[in-house]
Design a binder for this molecule. Structure first.
Ligand SMILES: *Cc1c(COP(=O)(O)O)cnc(C)c1O
Length: 380
């Protein structure tokens, strides 16, 4: 009997993770500080980004980033943030949570923001752009970055799918004002829930560290190390949040990071196997990867007609693909933006993400692509 093939199955190195977690427990330190410092250093070393602060999620980071820019620059309620409708809703919730107005730019063939449409959507009230690298693909990020730079618009990169993605040889994030990664359980660098926020600017990084712990200016870990009679003493400089990561998650993240490059290389191999087998199938379009992008390959996406029927038919064979994502303007909080992005609306009906994880073998890819080809030929 064949095992069901899921879209994502995390591949935790259990013994290595338990070793790290045991160190935390034996030390009696599971919270902020200790392993969270180690993962920040390891992430800086790995990405060569200038700053990194470990968070409890990418969602928290998206909100924090926009909140910080808004208060730093005194943006007004109702000022606009341009984003993509083709994302997990975390990206766009942040805009509404900051009392700003979401404006959606349409997507291109990479399923990322189309720079031409972005230019159309700019207004005098545009303050920031959220760019999402879908599936690890950078899309036309470089042109979007150029547009933002020319006009003094803040660029925030939602790199939830991009741990390990390189663009022209450099890890992504080097030229955004802020880049936020996700290490959630089904992401390509998995923990349970955590993330990393990377500001280009040191002062913002320092402010972020306070804001992720309620605005408190000195963390408990360094106070413990510091000693003295004033261990209990701290100040609250401004209203903050409880958004920092903890040492248990950091211990798991350190293990995932050690394996990240090898895992991503295997994902790219899977993508190649899929591509080789699907290239000849004219009813299936493969979503292209931007040239110069070495994608983390969090996703392998294709487009086809009658997607929902195809997906159901694959489920009959215990193959469980996914959809990333539904056009966000179809959700209640964004109804006022409905029908502003026809390409995203169309893509939303056609896209299918095929199983992509360390447990998928070349034979699985054979099986999945055979069944997929059979179904599209029969169905359409
Ligand atoms: C998963 C995801 C998020 C949220 O990440 P969490 O770490 O789960 O909060 C945000 N944006 C995109 C594009 C995602 O896929």
């Amino acid at each position: 009997m064949r095992q069901p093939i899921q879209l994502f199955t995390p591949n935790f190195r259990v013994e290595e993770c338990l070793d790290g977690i045991r160190e935390c427990l034996e030390k009696g330190w599971t919270g902020l500080g200790y392993k969270t410092n180690e993962i920040e250093d390891a992430w800086l070393d790995y990405t060569r980004l200038p700053n990194a602060h470990f968070l409890n999620s990418n969602t928290a980071g998206l909100h924090l980033a926009l909140h910080m820019f808004k208060t730093e620059f005194d943006w007004e309620d109702g000022d606009e943030v341009i984003s993509t409708p083709m994302t997990f809703v975390s990206t766009n919730h942040a805009i509404i949570q900051c009392n700003m107005t979401p404006v959606f730019a349409d997507i291109d063939d990479y399923l990322c923001i189309d720079p031409d449409d972005l230019e159309q959507k700019l207004t005098p009230r545009t303050r920031a752009v959220f760019f999402v690298g879908i599936g690890g693909n950078t899309g036309n990020y470089l042109r979007v970055a150029e547009i933002c730079r020319e006009r003094g618009i803040i660029l925030i990169l939602d790199a939830a799918h991009m741990a390990g993605t390189r663009l022209n040889g450099r890890h992504v994030g080097f030229d955004a004002d802020c880049t936020i990664f996700s290490f959630q359980a089904v992401k390509n660098m998995a923990t349970a829930d955590s993330g990393m926020i990377c500001f280009s600017d040191k002062t913002r990084d320092e402010r972020a560290r306070k804001l992720t712990w309620l605005g408190i200016n000195r963390d408990t870990y360094s106070r413990t190390l510091g000693g003295g009679a004033y261990k209990w003493m701290y100040d609250v400089e401004e209203l903050g949040f409880k958004y920092h990561g903890n040492s248990i998650m950091a211990a798991i993240a350190l293990v995932s990071l050690r394996h990240l490059d090898r895992d991503n290389a295997y994902r790219r191999q899977l993508a190649k196997w899929y591509e080789e087998r699907l290239l000849k199938e004219d009813k299936i379009q493969i979503v292209p990867t931007f040239s110069g992008c070495e994608s983390s390959r969090h996703l392998f996406q294709v487009r086809l007609d009658k997607r929902d029927q195809v997906l159901m038919a694959l489920n009959e064979y215990e193959i469980y693909p996914g959809v990333h994502y539904r056009d966000n303007t179809e959700y209640a909080p964004f109804v006022q933006n409905a029908n502003t992005c026809p390409n995203a609306r169309q893509a939303s009906l056609e896209i299918l993400s095929l199983p992509m994880h360390m447990g998928v073998t070349e034979r699985d890819v054979d099986y999945i692509t055979e069944k997929l080809s059979e179904i599209v030929r029969k169905e359409i």
